[in-house]
Design a protein around this ligand. Structure first.
Ligand SMILES: Cc1cc2nc3c(=O)[nH]c(=O)nc-3n(C[C@H](O)[C@H](O)[C@H](O)COP(=O)(O)OP(=O)(O)OC[C@H]3O[C@@H](n4cnc5c(N)ncnc54)[C@H](O)[C@@H]3O)c2cc1C
Length: 299
């Protein structure tokens, strides 16, 4: 009871907690302020048998120059991955590339990055943000996979009621999808709110994706979903190079070990950059228990 009140209070007030306090928790979820930090983290993950996807923190960019800065930084990530022979790819956010200000600019920015990924034989994952951007993100993905097949993928969110239909619409060509629950606050009209229903839809969508021969990044730290995913992998007799598990940096060390011990491939999402505040706030809202543990509270 006390625990629920604590979690509810933290989730609803975290946006007002000063940056200096949130910074204390950023070390858990973010590799550091610069690309060299993400490289160090990736070298460590690679040495332990894991892959990474590097993310330059920054979103909802409001001017063109900034989108160019992020585009160049993403290209630098791809070039560094090649130079350092890392087992890693790139994740980026559409609003970091300008989706909230100019769709054509955003598309051109992402296109240049994916083109560079193709030249370097790498891969770009377009993250999925909140629902006003879903349709445009999927449209960009469809165009880019035509031009650069095998070098681009996107994300679908199991909490959205539309996701099962999106899978049908996207399945006319090779599909590369990260499937996650979804992190943004969405209305009842478009999103499932009941956690059990979100899980049920996750499994439903995952099976549909496997049925349609998609490559799936199974992105979750939910042990129940991982259990069901492993069952489906057996049912569809998938080989380890036909899917991967994905987790966020700083979450679920024991689950990581379990997944690796079963010889599945695992990719860790490694964010870096100075614009860590929104990302870390989202992580803390998602799991207020982190704050409780840090404060040494036993509720
Ligand atoms: C690789 C990756 C990429 C993602 N990309 C996107 C994206 O593009 N768009 C999007 O909307 N969402 C994205 N997400 C976030 C995702 O939608 C969920 O919000 C997040 O993964 C938590 O859901 P869960 O499946 O782990 O289940 P939950 O039920 O939320 O968590 C299961 C368990 O994991 C642990 N856990 C979960 N969150 C935390 C945390 N913050 N701190 C500590 N422990 C925690 C807890 O033990 C919890 O009980 C991504 C997630 C991953 C793993």
């Amino acid at each position: 009871m006390l625990n629920n009140i604590f979690n509810f209070t933290i989730s609803n007030t975290i946006d007002y907690v000063p940056e200096q306090i949130i910074d204390f928790f950023s070390k858990k979820y973010v590799s550091g302020p610069s690309l060299s930090d993400a490289v160090k983290t990736t070298i460590d993950l690679n040495s332990k048998g894991m892959m990474s996807t590097i993310d330059v923190l920054g979103e909802f960019v409001q001017n063109e120059d900034q989108t160019i800065f992020f585009r160049n930084e993403c290209i630098k990530v791809l070039e560094t991955i090649k130079e350092e022979s890392l087992n890693a790819n790139l994740s980026l956010k559409p609003t970091q590339m300008g989706l909230a200000i100019n769709k054509a600019l955003c598309y051109e920015n992402i296109r240049k990055i994916v083109r560079r990924a193709k030249e370097l034989d790498n891969f770009v994952r377009i993250d999925m943000e909140n629902s006003p951007y879903t349709t445009d993100t999927l449209k960009m993905y469809k165009l880019l996979r035509e031009e650069f097949p095998g070098h681009v993928g996107t994300v679908l969110q199991a909490y959205l009621r539309r996701t099962i239909d999106d899978i049908d619409k996207l399945s006319d060509k090779n599909l590369n999808i990260r499937l996650c629950k979804g992190i943004y606050v969405e209305s009842y009209k478009i999103a499932y709110k009941n956690p059990e229903l979100i899980n049920e839809n996750y499994i439903y969508c995952l099976e549909k994706l496997f049925d349609n021969k998609a490559y799936v990044g199974i992105a979750t730290h939910d042990e129940k979903l991982i259990f069901h995913a492993m069952k489906l992998i057996r049912k569809y007799n998938l080989q380890p190079n036909e899917y991967e598990f994905q987790m966020l940096l700083g979450i679920g060390d024991e689950l990581r070990d379990f997944i690796l011990s079963k010889k599945h491939r695992l990719r860790i999402y490694v964010p870096y950059g100075k614009e860590w505040l929104s990302y870390v706030r989202r992580r803390l809202k998602e799991n207020p228990n982190i704050i409780k543990t840090a404060l040494g509270l036993k509720l």
